[in-house]
Design a binder for this molecule. Structure first.
Ligand code: SF4
Length: 415
């Protein structure tokens, strides 16, 4: 949810990434705020383990307003706050929350589920309340593929209608796509659909095998490289970013780090073939300069708040570092030992610890934790073999201090 030309970021860095203009250790850039787990869809792979009714323990209106006030008190540049779920449209106080956050100077985005609740009227109300952006999920480029993935007939049509309505009422649009074995061959057709819908940003989320996401099949490191190369080839036509695949930054860096990535595999050819089959389609948007990726990550500018107030580095990294019912979010973010460790690239182990890209990539900490149980391990979803050894992990913090302060009641979260 990164507005282009944001005053929060600097562009044109020699290593090809945008950096925040402020100290990422002092304040978050992006707060993913799960308002509820209630959702009419309850997709089989949902990170949030969403269900039909609201959890009686979810944060009250007053508690959510308190978190927004705390974030607003940081002053400019204030964080971007994504109100997510479950389906945030299930909260009757949503417009009030959006209006309050916007009045406080926060950039407010809303991530509704693609259901009949996401009407043009409802989206217009969010716009009037002060929301800047909506993000909606499309995991297939046709009703057949998307509905099969979501296992909810009609969800493709509802989502596409909501995308068009969002643009019509003046909201910025972000389209989110889960990238896994089940969806990856949809990327060529989805790129054209995202373009046709006039999306401002396409966020390709590389599946983290946690929670209900274990029902899906994540790409191997070699397949991830093939998919990232394909996305990089599209980036002058479609503004895109990756989520939980920060090694995309290595592939688009002006000067790639020394080392060796995986050779192209069968997926590279399959994606190319599918894309060429669509060659008759032309792009709607003019070709543009590729937008440099932003050097943020789980706990490094990004933080997640659950519907019960638990704070984690991201929705996919189920390590709880505090709760907003006991401590202000801004204080948790600045002081939690786990978050401090995630901001220190010298703590990374394995290939990520040796990689010249560790300061601007550092691997997905959620992928590392989900696949190895060690949040500071090398990212197994990256197949890069660094050629140059840099300093290894620091011994300043013993591993025991990296454990969560309280266990999460949920196995996993997804943003
Ligand atoms: S080895 Fe780690 S730091 Fe280097 S590109 Fe891969 S994920 Fe990033």
């Amino acid at each position: 949810m990164n507005p282009p030309n944001s005053s929060r970021t600097s562009a044109g860095a020699p290593d090809g990434v945008r950096r925040l203009r402020f100290d990422v250790a002092a304040r978050p850039f992006l707060v993913l705020f799960e308002l509820t787990r209630a959702c009419d869809l309850a997709c089989a792979h949902c990170r949030a383990d969403a269900h039909a009714g609201a959890d009686p323990g979810e944060l009250s209106t007053g508690e959510v307003l308190g978190v927004l006030d705390d974030l607003a008190s940081l002053g400019a540049p204030r964080p971007i706050v994504v109100l997510t779920g479950g389906d945030p449209l299930q909260r009757e106080d949503l417009d009030q929350l959006v209006a309050h956050g916007a009045r406080g100077g926060l950039t407010i985005a809303v991530s509704p589920a693609g259901t009949p609740r996401a009407t043009a009227e409802r989206l217009a109300g969010l716009r009037r309340a002060g929301a800047s952006t909506v993000s909606l999920s499309l995991d297939g480029a046709s009703a057949e593929r998307h509905d099969a993935f979501r296992r909810v007939p009609g969800s493709f049509a509802w989502t596409v209608d909501a995308c068009r309505a969002a643009r019509a009422v003046g909201l910025r649009l972000q389209v989110n796509t889960t990238v896994s074995h089940e969806t990856v061959l949809e990327l060529p057709a989805l790129s054209h659909l995202v373009d046709e819908l006039g999306a401002n940003l396409w966020s390709c989320f590389f599946l983290v095998p946690v929670g209900r996401g274990r029902a899906l099949s994540p790409l191997s490191a070699g397949e991830t490289e093939d998919a990232l190369r394909f996305l990089a080839s599209l980036a002058r036509h479609v503004p895109l970013k990756t989520t939980e695949a920060p090694h995309y930054r290595r592939l688009v860096a002006a000067e790639p780090p020394p080392g060796r990535g995986p050779a192209p595999g069968p997926l590279a050819g399959a994606l190319e073939e599918r894309f060429e089959a669509l060659a008759a389609r032309s792009w709607t948007a003019p070709r543009h300069a590729r937008r440099p990726p932003l050097a943020v990550g789980d706990g490094q500018g990004v933080v997640f708040v659950s519907h019960r107030g638990d704070v984690s580095p991201s929705g996919f990294l189920p390590l709880v570092v505090g709760n907003v019912r006991q401590q202000p979010l801004t204080s948790i973010y600045a002081t939690a030992p786990l978050l401090s460790a995630l901001r220190d690239p010298t703590r990374l182990a394995g290939r990520c610890g040796r990689c010249a890209q560790r300061d601007t990539c550092g691997g997905s900490r959620a992928q590392a934790f989900a696949r190895t149980g060690d949040v500071l391990a090398e990212d197994p979803s990256c197949g890069f073999e660094p050629a140059v050894a840099t300093a290894g992990p620091s011994a300043a913090m013993p591993p025991a201090t990296l454990q969560p302060v309280a266990p999460s009641g949920r196995a996993a979260r997804e943003r």
